[in-house]
Design a protein around this ligand. Structure first.
Ligand code: NAP
Length: 280
């Protein structure tokens, strides 16, 4: 599994990690086993949020990482409505309790909200000084919002930006990815399989993925993930509650696409014109 420095933290984080949204709907034992299998395969970046299952997913993640916390790069998120200065602290402490840990590797604001950003970021900095979080980042921020965050705290304090990124939604490539890369901020693409809408095998794009996959002895999904992490600073966090899916996704972390592969995928899934920041 290829690892890359995670923004200014310098932590070596696997380019393919594990998402957990909606995992409370999955068979709990299978989901816990899938997360553990992912850790065994090097997918040690686990992404969760207080939002997911109203805390139940953090509890499930806590169970999955019990006894192996030190192997995990653990990320959770505060809801915008909780992200006042005092509320951020309360939310973080509640997440730590559910996750049965004393620290997060990175703590994110889930999306911009009504509380002043300066208050949220001040709370993040305080939590960082206290060792409750190692670093912090943001999610679903436009370029203007990124610039505002950088103006308040300094771009070098922002560890990552987590944004929607899959083959049929490449909007972030226009300006957000270049801006983050220029400032040394990790870009974590969420919903890499379109949250359940992966290109079908009979579609034009699906056929291109299958042809490239055949050459590499890989699968179309592995090719898609490899494309999404094709340059330094890009990470992806597919969600899989089945061990077989986890195993397939993990192998993408070692798949190197050729320049010609990238050119063909680029042509089959063209970037659409800029229409504002996409969100799920
Ligand atoms: P996704 O990862 O694009 O797709 C998940 C779906 O793909 C699940 O149904 C999963 O099935 C299936 N799948 C996974 N691997 C597969 C494989 N190898 N073969 C076939 N099917 C496979 O969707 P997502 O959950 O929306 O996004 C990923 C993560 O990003 C989330 O879980 C969350 O952590 C994060 N996220 C963040 C935000 C944000 O606002 N910051 C928003 C959305 C998502 P099984 O589960 O049955 O294995």
């Amino acid at each position: 599994m290829r690892r890359e420095p995670f923004g200014p933290t310098g932590a070596a984080v696997p380019v393919v990690g594990q998402g957990t949204w909606n995992m409370e709907r999955d068979d709990r034992a299978a989901a816990v086993a899938a997360l553990r299998a992912g850790l065994d395969l090097g997918m040690t970046h686990i992404d969760t949020a207080e939002l997911y299952g109203s805390g139940r997913v953090e509890e499930l993640v806590g169970e999955a990482i019990a006894g192996r916390r030190d192997q995990v790069f653990l990320v959770s998120k505060v809801l915008p409505q909780n992200a006042s200065r005092a509320g951020t602290r309360r939310a973080c402490e509640a997440s730590l309790r559910r996750l049965r840990t004393d620290r997060l590797d990175c703590y994110l604001l889930h999306w911009p909200g009504r509380h002043p950003l300066a208050d949220t970021l001040a709370a993040f900095e305080q939590l960082r000084r206290e060792g409750k979080i190692r670093a912090w980042g943001v999610s679903n921020f436009s370029l203007e919002e990124m610039e505002r965050a950088a103006g308040i705290a300094g771009a070098e304090r922002i560890a990552c930006h987590q944004v929607l990124y899959h083959l049929e939604e490449r909007t972030i490539e226009h300006a957000l990815v270049p801006w983050c890369v220029a400032h040394g901020i990790a870009v974590v693409g969420y919903s890499p399989f379109g949250s359940g809408h992966f290109p079908g095998p009979r579609s034009r794009g699906g056929r291109v993925l299958a042809e490239i996959a055949a050459v590499h002895g890989a699968t179309p999904r592995q090719v898609a993930l490899a494309f999404l992490v094709r340059s330094p600073g890009l990470f992806t966090i597919p969600k899989a509650a089945r061990a077989a899916h986890v195993a397939e996704n993990a192998r993408a972390g070692d798949l190197a696409l050729s320049a010609e592969d990238v050119r063909r995928i680029d042509a089959a899934f063209p970037r659409r014109p800029w229409r504002g920041l996409p969100m799920l």
